[in-house]
Design a protein around this ligand. Structure first.
Ligand code: ADP
Length: 462
């Protein structure tokens, strides 16, 4: 508010004082030039009548009476006539007649030429013009004295009016500024109170949008941020609950298995063996969940150490395909590698290999007998593209956006059979983010899926 007031009122006061000075100067200069003109005319009139040479005192007085007094009355100024020895021969006020007095303007007129000057403190203007004889010699000077009180009064009146207007304008401005600053500040207060509540943990707080200006944009951006924050919070809670649930399931079956042999007498050895095998496979499952979780948690820490090297993606893919070929064969799936050109990229080899492996592994897992899985590699100037395509069960459109969520599995029962943890695609996704790349999925149910990894050839760090 103070800033607004300074911005609006300071220029107003500045303009006000400039206007006042200009008005005063204008009136004063006008009056001075009028007075000097009158002095000139009178001096000319006196010269023409050979005032100093031919006339005697009584004729002079007569002349003064008849003409000069008239002019003095008309113009509202006092007239004094001096000879060239500063002797005042006539004064329409009579006061100085017959005296020798030195008035600076008269001295100036006698020696240097006509002059005019306003004395502020006395509020009077003095104009003096020289009187010349027929030989052009300066024989005297005429001095006109006029009060400028009227000017000062007019200026004072204008000034008081301007002060009044300025004060009135300032009050109106102040009021407007007050209203306007409230208008500016209120939405900010609203934002502030929401931020404070959010920092106390109430993440469900939102800003109420009431306008369509910059504040609304800020509010919208803030609300979006709050939504993301809330989602992160929700995801975290879901994640913890999912982890607990995923760990609980194998633990519960282990408990059931172990108790069923513990609390039975005379259990045959084959039972022991069978149950222990089941317990062993649950332990394997637990181990793989914990392994995946640890990997994911590591990938989540953005400051994770990246061992980035220029790696041949062809070689990496060939090795993955070779390693997974027995699994594909076991499931009756044709696993092909469609790599036609050499592609190198700066990646963390082991992380990237496990990301691609997850995709190929999934493609094999979710493709029925006699299906096909194809791994392709291509590149442009900036990116390498790894495609893993299968003719498997596909993923419904609704599930496509969720499969990258942690522990998300389309068909829980079936996936437990396949031994999946629901973390594979999350790991691949996190790895792509770490490499500043991306993952894209296109799929049609019962026709197959295709995952495309975009890997920047030059790693730029995160
Ligand atoms: P999982 O360890 O269960 O395979 P992922 O995170 O790798 O977990 O995959 C998540 C889910 O996405 C899987 O449970 C599966 O339902 C689905 N999915 C992943 N890949 C494919 C695929 N190639 N074809 C069909 N469904 C798939």
């Amino acid at each position: 508010m103070i800033i607004f007031l300074v911005i609006t009122i300071v220029p107003l006061v500045f303009h006000f004082s400039t206007i006042m000075t200009s008005i005063k100067t204008y009136f004063q200069e006008d009056r001075e030039s009028q007075l000097l003109d009158a002095a000139n005319i009178l001096a000319g009139y006196i010269s023409k009548n050979n005032y100093f040479e031919k006339m005697d005192d009584s004729t002079r007085w007569q002349l003064m009476d008849s003409e000069i007094y008239e002019k003095s009355k008309e113009g509202g100024f006092r007239v004094l006539v001096f000879d060239n020895r500063l002797y005042c021969v006539n004064d329409t006020n009579y006061m100085h007649a017959g005296k020798t007095i030195s008035v600076p303007e008269v001295v100036h007129a006698l020696t240097k030429g006509n002059t005019v000057r306003t004395y502020q403190e006395r509020k009077t203007t003095y104009a003096s013009a020289s009187i010349v004889n027929s030989n052009s010699d300066v024989v005297g000077a005429v001095l006109l004295v006029s009060s400028v009180d009227d000017i000062f009064m007019s200026v004072a009146e204008i000034q008081s009016r301007l002060i009044m207007y300025t004060a009135l304008t300032s009050v109106i401005m102040g009021f407007l500024v007050l209203v306007f600053s409230q208008f500016l500040i209120d939405p900010l207060k609203n934002v502030l109170s929401v931020v404070q509540k959010m920092s106390e943990g109430h993440l469900e707080q939102r800003i109420h949008l009431t306008s369509h200006d910059e504040y609304a944009k800020l509010g919208r951006a803030f609300n979006e941020m709050a939504e993301k924050l809330e989602k992160v919070d929700r995801t975290r809670a879901e994640f913890v609950s999912n982890v607990s649930h995923e760990l609980k399931t194998p633990l519960s079956s282990m408990k059931v298995l172990s108790e069923s042999i513990l609390f039975q007498d005379d259990v045959p050895v084959e039972y022991y063996r069978e149950f222990l095998q089941d317990i062993n496979s649950e332990v394997d499952r637990l181990t793989s969940i914990v392994k995946d979780l640890l990997q994911l948690v590591k990938l989540d820490q953005r400051e994770i150490e990246m061992n980035v090297q220029m790696v041949s993606l062809n070689k990496m893919i060939s090795e993955i395909v070779k390693r997974l070929a027995p699994l594909a064969e076991q499931n009756g799936i044709e696993l092909a590698c469609d790599v036609t050109r050499e592609v190198y990229a700066e990646v963390d080899e082991s992380k990237m290999a496990s990301a691609i492996s997850n995709l190929v592994d999934n493609a094999i897992k979710y493709t029925p007998d006699k299906g096909k899985v194809k791994v392709g590699l291509d590149a442009d100037h900036q990116n390498a593209f790894v495609t893993v395509q299968d003719t498997g069960i596909g993923i419904s459109e609704e599930d496509q956006s969720k499969v990258f969520d942690r522990f998300y599995r389309v068909d829980k029962t079936r996936d437990r059979e396949t031994g999946g943890t629901g973390l594979g695609l999350s790991i691949t996704h996190a790895t792509m983010l770490l490499h500043n790349g991306s993952i894209k999925l296109t799929s049609k149910e019962n026709e197959g899926s295709s995952f495309v990894l975009r890997i920047p050839i030059h790693h730029s760090g995160t």
